[in-house]
Ligand binder design. Structure first.
Ligand SMILES: C[S@@+](CC[C@H](N)C(=O)[O-])C[C@H]1O[C@@H](n2cnc3c(N)ncnc32)[C@H](O)[C@@H]1O
Length: 198
């Protein structure tokens, strides 16, 4: 059976995909105050030498931080928008780090079953169901995905409107409908985090 196109947003809470004109917001260093790199690393809990896919990496703010903190890991920053990948590749840190690669969705086929860990940061609310299935297929048998996204139940001065993102119970229900098993949940300052396995 043929798969629906990956850019199909069916199932996503946010009706439009992220606008590259707003890419500078992703590079705001203030993000690390409410979502510290080390918090994300702890949630990922990646084993030594892990292959970590940052699904919907955007401009690579967190992918670069992770690759820099974990030189043992291979970090694959994946995004569907060439504009985002171009911004990521243009960053001098990305060019300097030998363990990060930026790829488009054409790489999905070769990455299936490769990921020890997946980071999906601020992505669940905007990926369609077809892409969520692709994300799941990237995981190795005992791999884990960390879905960290804006919490609709929290008043926030940043991020998309509450109507465009999930409450943690809604996010959990969507992931379970896609046959993920939820292993853990946390709430952070503006985000929830759900750790899931296939
Ligand atoms: C809100 S941005 C978050 C970027 C990054 N994770 C961060 O937190 O800095 C969402 C990103 O997901 C990407 N994206 C959305 N749907 C995708 C899909 N099906 N496959 C790959 N990337 C996708 C968008 O292009 C965009 O760059």
């Amino acid at each position: 059976m043929s798969r629906p196109p990956l850019h199909d947003r069916h199932g996503a809470k946010q009706p439009r995909r992220f606008d590259p004109a707003k890419a500078a917001r992703l590079d705001d260093p203030g993000r690390f105050t409410y979502l510290p790199r080390d918090e994300v690393l702890a949630l990922l809990d990646a084993p030594y030498g892990a292959c970590i896919v940052d699904f919907g990496a955007g401009t690579g703010t967190y992918a670069i931080a992770i690759a820099s903190a974990r030189p043992d890991a291979r970090v694959i920053a994946l995004d569907e928008q060439p504009e985002m990948l171009a911004l990521l590749r243009a960053k001098p840190e990305a060019a300097r780090l030998p363990n990060i690669e930026a790829v488009g969705t054409e790489a999905l086929g070769t990455l299936r079953g490769c990921a020890d860990r997946i980071l999906a940061l601020n992505v669940l609310h905007e990926v369609g169901d077809a892409a969520l299935r692709e994300l799941r297929d990237l995981l190795i048998f005992d791999g884990r995905a960390a879905f960290i996204d804006w919490n609709a139940a929290v008043d926030r001065p940043v991020g998309p409107p509450a109507a465009h993102v999930y409450r943690v119970e809604e996010a959990r229900a969507r992931l379970e409908r896609h046959h993920f098993t939820i292993l853990g949940a946390r709430t952070l300052r503006y985000h929830y985090a759900l750790i899931a396995k296939r």
